[in-house]
Design a protein around this ligand. Sequence first.
Ligand code: A3P
Length: 300
Amino acid sequence: PKDRGWVVPIMYQYQGFWHHTWQLQGVLAFQKHFLAQDTDILLVTAPKSGTTWLKAISFAIINRIQYPIASKNHPLLKNNSHVVVPFVEQLYADDNSNPDFSETPPRLFATHVPYVSLPESIHNSKVKIVYMCRNPKDLFISAFHFTNKLRPEHMGTNSMEEMFDLFCKGVFLYGPYWDHVLGFWNESLKRPKEVLFLKYEEMKEQPTTQVRKLAEFYGCPFTPEEEKEGIVDAILGLCSFESLSNMEVNKKGYLPTGEMKQAYFRKGEVGDWKNHLTAEMAEKLDMITECKFQGSGLKF
Ligand code: A3P
């Protein structure tokens, strides 16, 4: 039925991952038509892993010569992160075979598409991929608020118990969550120069280390002069939860219903699941995560 977005009939499984009808078309067109350039940078996440934050930080790092962080005209002050760094499958959903990628290199894109469904041209290129994952308990709570409370017109409504049950079975946007994470984790072990694996929790705990790591990975490490001027703190300040969530441009707009702030800047904390999941639910998710990640070397 129309108002039950999370119920399986209006989701499709493609190459082992779940997609909504309205997003699959863009995913297929991206997979078929995208021609990667070796200088491209692709940010990848499962939904609600901190994409908005990663986009802002990456954009600020990569474009810091053209757009000094302290500039009053910095694009992040005027556009939200999802406009500045678009989801590439969304560009293909808007224009099926030929979206306008007129930027000069490096082109910076984001996607939620799982590794297996990325275009061949990305698999076979030196495109730099940054994958940010988040612990599944916080991710689930973030997704529950996003889908049920904020976007019921797109996602439908389920009780937390129903959605939890589906999430555990892998039925989640671009899910199963665990398979999504493992696809990029395994690739990062095989090709560390091209695939960097980050955790939201590490970004919260050691933001300066992670920002330096990102700049190095992108091939534009901070110079001693930049370090002396406090570039890392400036980037983190511009892109902090407080800073981004209080910008006018991030309060409304982007989403047609105008609930940008609550949708993308809810709490931004680690461990909020404790306020929402029962002990039994938490234990179940921990157990699935342990089983799924067993032998991979990946732990939360
Ligand atoms: P919560 O719902 O737990 O608050 P995405 O961008 O992938 O949709 O993820 C959204 C989650 O990232 C939300 O989590 C949001 O609050 C958090 N987030 C957004 N901007 C952030 C920032 N600058 N710093 C830390 N967390 C941020």
